[in-house]
Design a protein around this ligand. Structure first.
Ligand SMILES: NC(=O)c1ccc[n+]([C@@H]2O[C@H](COP(=O)([O-])OP(=O)(O)OC[C@H]3O[C@@H](n4cnc5c(N)ncnc54)[C@H](OP(=O)(O)O)[C@@H]3O)[C@@H](O)[C@H]2O)c1
Length: 285
């Protein structure tokens, strides 16, 4: 067992990191084992990882030595930061800087960094179609991660840049269809009819990270873009309807009038839909 190479997994109790940790632990041929980072090793999610065979260690991005310690002796890492923990691109950048310094100090041989495109490379900041947010971003949680890529490069950390996209699981929570006043389940999304939305099953992110790590050095320095499908709003509604067994209609709304996302908002309207799609689903701690 101890001849296995250790992969340190940030966000291991969450969706992406959890997928990566489970993918690694489920593959006895991978030659890897998992060191799962969490701020709370006593949480049910952390205990579940320990039961699957992970070494669970306490680490907090805001306690830099704890991250350095967690990476010590590891071969590689799957790294993700959680913008939604605070909603601040500046804080996410600080977290990325901590991860980069710790990866460098530990001499990690291969990091898979879960990132997103810097949208400013596609749409200049002065384009009036988008407001400027948090002083210098179009889409803070995308742009800060995309900007963070350069920090890995500058530090010389051997990194694969894994561009992820919208998790299909979002249709089971915040973006779930809701029953409109006329009684029809309605998928409301802030993009135009006919435009394609890239989506991915979050577990495929972990499986892809494992494939990249297993492949060795070929993907170091490369960007890997990942999507399970590209569907219009109407196509997503149709697929959800087929899964639920009840028609779902797509409603396009402009971006700006959407209520500001406030993190774990107590909007329970989607719960019946969620239960029908995933009868066994349990609430995350
Ligand atoms: N939702 C989407 O469609 C989507 C698509 C693409 C990319 N993303 C990106 O995905 C990221 C979130 O990933 P996720 O959905 O996998 O997260 P998640 O399920 O919400 O879990 C968050 C994870 O981050 C860890 N964490 C948070 N703050 C930490 C800190 N200070 N120190 C150490 N660990 C910390 C948590 O660990 P503990 O609580 O155990 O400490 C937990 O494991 C966001 O940045 C978002 O932009 C989301």
């Amino acid at each position: 067992m101890n001849d296995k190479k250790v992969i340190a997994v940030a966000g291991a109790t969450g969706a992406q990191g959890g997928g990566a940790a489970r993918a690694i632990l489920a593959d006895p041929e991978s030659g890897f084992t998992v060191c799962a980072l969490t701020r709370n090793p006593d949480s049910p999610a952390a205990k579940e990882l320990a039961e699957l065979g992970a070494e669970v260690v306490r680490a907090d991005f805001y306690d830099e030595p704890s991250v350095h310690k967690a990476f010590e002796g590891a071969y590689g890492a799957f790294l993700v930061t959680n913008f939604w923990a605070h909603g601040s691109a500046a804080k996410e950048t600080e977290e990325i800087e901590v991860l980069v310094r710790a990866a460098k100090a530990a001499g990690l041989r291969h990091v898979v960094w879960s990132t997103l495109e810097d949208t400013r490379e596609l749409l200049p900041l002065d384009d009036e179609r988008m407001p400027v947010l948090q002083e210098k971003y179009n889409v803070p949680h995308f742009d800060a991660k995309g900007e963070g890529n350069e920090l890995f490069r500058q530090a010389g950390v051997p990194t694969t840049f894994l561009n992820t996209t919208f998790f299909f699981q979002g249709f089971l929570s915040m973006m779930a269809p809701k029953r409109a006043e006329d009684g029809v389940l309605t998928l409301t999304l802030p993009f135009e009819d006919g435009k394609l939305l890239a989506g991915v099953d979050v577990d495929d992110i972990g499986r892809t990270a494992l494939a990249i790590l297993k492949d060795g050095e070929r993907f170091i320095g490369q960007t890997v873009g990942l999507a399970g499908d590209h569907l219009t709003g109407a196509q997503n509604a149709e697929k959800l309807g087929a899964a639920i067994g009840e028609p779902v209609r797509f409603q396009s709304v402009p971006y700006l009038p959407l209520p500001r996302r406030t993190g774990r908002r107590r909007d329970r309207q989607h719960v019946p839909v969620l239960r029908r799609l995933r009868p066994g689903i349990h609430r995350r701690p």
